[in-house]
Design a protein around this ligand. Structure first.
Ligand SMILES: CC(C)(COP(=O)([O-])OP(=O)([O-])OC[C@H]1O[C@@H](n2cnc3c(N)ncnc32)[C@H](O)[C@@H]1OP(=O)([O-])[O-])[C@@H](O)C(=O)NCCC(=O)NCCSC(=O)C[C@@](C)(O)CC(=O)[O-]
Ligand SMILES: NC(=O)C1=CN([C@@H]2O[C@H](COP(=O)(O)OP(=O)(O)OC[C@H]3O[C@@H](n4cnc5c(N)ncnc54)[C@H](OP(=O)(O)O)[C@@H]3O)[C@@H](O)[C@H]2O)C=CC1
Length: 427
């Protein structure tokens, strides 16, 4: 053991100011002045604000925001901000949307804006009896929930329904109460968690059980965003392309190993819009993957079919717990501009746009995979990252990237050689 190694046990780090924290980390990790200056430059997120968004704040991490063009959703043309570090993700959405634009674009809908909060009861002597005891008190539960958030009720939201499940687990039988709450334009985590904590002691008292967890479920299956779209055969390159794409979908539908990557592609689009608008990417990702496994076997979030006319029809249905208020949506300056660009009128509107982006992303990934292969489009865009990793600057970046694409090998060593050649020829 290295007795001179610096200690990570830093009591009261959270009480330091930002400059003190940076100094402390710099000492620990031997950061130089340039590193420290980088941390101090928080870009368009003021340090005072960021310091209140998270704990132990020392700096920001910039993620590029790109605009997906060509999107027509429910007859309306939209520009979609996407925050992602991955090349070809934005291009893929533009590409899919371009190929369905003349046929009307995407049609979307939403199942509602209801979230579920769970209250776990253990050690209930008579679980079935307890279940009915809770259900009988629906009116009392409604009143207590709504009293937690009168403003939400005024906005048209609040308690909607009560469900009680008896769950057999390795730790014994549990009684799990679901509060169904319409959270309107908020994602709603804080509202429903407050309600669950308020109701739990009463439920425990009514049933003589022991209340344990009180927290929302991210399997937001009462908040499903849906999008569908028809790509005409002539717009996608004919029946051979369509059938290869369908075979790709059937593979994902049948095989969880493939479905995980197929859905990762969908989440490339979904998470990018969720992130750009300051919403909770982990909540949406957890919901999407849980929903993809709802049958007991993990499968595709999208479905692909052939229409009566022989065209390719895609659809997606995915839990979409996003808000226009709450979390960082109204605080982060970039999120505020993103929401302005989107011109979303309600959380439901944003959720529907995001579903359409997920479907578009899946179309492009499947098409690329089933035709030219992903490397051609993805790697030709990724070649710019490799060029920069090799040290290319300014106009060298495009020159090196182009050389990599021409050589058909997007590798760091090849990029370094290409950069060397370019610099030698200029010297
Ligand atoms: C990359 C493309 C779009 C090239 O596609 P292409 O057909 O070679 O491009 P093009 O030059 O003919 O352009 C067609 C349209 O694509 C868009 N486009 C084209 N280039 C750009 C660009 N630079 N910036 C912005 N938009 C671009 C743009 O809309 C353009 O229309 P235009 O504007 O010219 O009228 C295509 O190959 C593609 O869609 N590939 C899919 C890429 C993808 O899915 N990337 C995600 C990362 S890979 C991954 O993580 C997921 C995966 C693949 O594993 C998921 C899975 O397995 O299912
Ligand atoms: N997914 C998860 O598992 C968890 C997520 N989180 C985090 O919770 C945050 C999101 O919680 P959320 O409750 O949405 O955010 P907030 O509590 O920040 O904001 C929501 C509140 O905004 C007010 N409000 C104002 N206008 C409206 C409107 N039109 N519609 C609805 N509410 C309105 C309501 O409060 P009022 O009525 O009092 O005015 C509402 O409760 C995120 O940061 C997320 O990361 C937290 C715990 C768990």
């Amino acid at each position: 053991m290295d007795t001179h190694a610096p200690s990570s046990r830093i009591g009261g780090f959270h009480k330091f100011n930002v400059a003190e924290r940076i100094d402390s980390v710099a000492k620990f990790a031997q950061l130089d002045d340039a590193d420290k200056a980088l941390l101090r430059n928080t870009g368009n997120l003021p340090a005072e604000l960021a310091d209140h968004l998270i704990e132990n704040f020392i700096g920001t991490m910039n993620i590029p925001v790109g605009i997906a063009t060509n999107m027509k959703i429910d007859g309306q043309d939209r520009l979609i901000p996407m925050a992602t570090e991955e090349s070809s993700v934005v291009a893929a959405v533009c590409n899919a949307a371009r190929q369905c634009y003349d046929n009307g674009g995407f049609v979307t809908s939403m199942s509602g804006t209801e979230m579920i909060a769970q209250i776990q009861l253990t050690q209930v002597p008579d679980p079935q009896h307890a279940r009915l005891q809770i259900l009988e008190r629906k009116e009392a539960v409604r009143d207590m929930c709504n009293a937690c958030d009168p403003i939400l009720v005024k906005l048209g939201g609040g308690f909607r329904d009560l469900e009680v499940r008896v769950l057999d687990t390795r730790g014994g039988t549990m009684v799990v109460t679901h509060l169904i709450v319409d959270t309107r334009d908020a994602m709603g985590a804080n509202a429903v968690n407050t309600m669950a904590e308020r109701i739990a002691p009463h439920i425990a008292e009514w049933t003589q059980g022991k209340s344990n967890l009180r927290i929302l479920s991210n399997l937001a299956d009462r908040r499903l965003a849906r999008a569908r779209c028809t790509w005409r055969l002539a717009d996608i390159g004919g029946a051979e392309v369509r059938d290869a794409m369908l075979a790709a979908y059937h593979f994902a539908e049948a095989d969880p190993y493939r479905a995980a990557t197929h859905n990762k592609g969908i989440m490339n689009g979904i998470s990018a819009v969720v992130m750009a608008t300051g919403n909770d990417t982990r909540a949406v990702e957890a919901g999407a993957h849980a929903y993809a496994a709802r049958s007991g076997r993990y499968s595709s979030l999208t479905a692909w079919e052939v229409s009566a006319e022989g065209d390719l029809v895609g659809s997606i249905e995915v839990p979409m717990a996003v808000g226009l208020v709450g979390g960082a949506t109204k605080l982060h300056p970039s999120a505020k501009v993103a929401l302005k660009i989107l011109n979303a009128k309600a959380a439901e509107d944003l959720a529907r746009v995001i579903a359409a982006v997920g479907l578009a992303q899946n179309f492009s990934a499947m098409k690329a995979l089933a035709t030219t292969g992903i490397q051609k489009g993805h790697m030709s865009l990724h070649s710019q990252n490799i060029a920069m990793m090799a040290g290319a600057l300014g106009e060298e970046i495009d020159l090196v990237a182009r050389a990599l694409v021409e050589l058909g090998t997007v590798r760091l060593d090849v990029a370094e050689e290409a950069l060397q050649r370019i610099r030698t020829s200029k010297a």
